[in-house]
Design a protein around this ligand. Sequence first.
Ligand SMILES: Nc1ncnc2c1ncn2[C@@H]1O[C@H](COP(=O)(O)OP(=O)(O)O)[C@@H](O)[C@H]1O
Ligand SMILES: [Mg+2]
Length: 149
Amino acid sequence: MIEIKDLHKSYSTGNNSLHVLKGINFSVKEGELVSIMGSSGSGKSTLLNILGMLDEADQGSYTLDGVPIKNLNEKLAAQYRNKFLGFIFQSFNLINYKNAIDNVALPLYYQKVGRKERDERAMHYLEKVGLADWQIICLISYLVVRNNV
Ligand SMILES: Nc1ncnc2c1ncn2[C@@H]1O[C@H](COP(=O)(O)OP(=O)(O)O)[C@@H](O)[C@H]1O
Ligand SMILES: [Mg+2]
């Protein structure tokens, strides 16, 4: 599902360059549960940003479901993100002028699921958790599309 080969990433700030990812290799199969651990500043977010196609590596390859993730345009990247990836951000990233159902159903809208089915699927999961907590709603907006990653 995910294949990372010899991944490198540096940040340049002014004249300095900070080499954060120094040749990373790993793969994750579909359904596998993996956690990334490391001290603060070790590059976890850097790696996750690349995996989530929010940023690109300088060197090495990233293959997602057999597709090389390289130089994708915004539209294609957004399509793959919607199809394969779910994010639970620390800062929630929910849309505050939308209600709970609409937030949960939004990824389904982008998957062109019809309004009725969107609402039914969103409601189904919201009822399961008792509609309560915003963090839970954020998690559910990921579960409802039954993402692979
Ligand atoms: N956009 C950026 N520009 C410059 N340096 C950055 C940037 N993002 C992260 N860094 C630096 O890269 C290193 C790794 O950061 P990060 O991936 O956020 O680590 P972690 O998530 O493991 O705490 C840190 O030293 C951080 O200061
Ligand atoms: Mg981090």
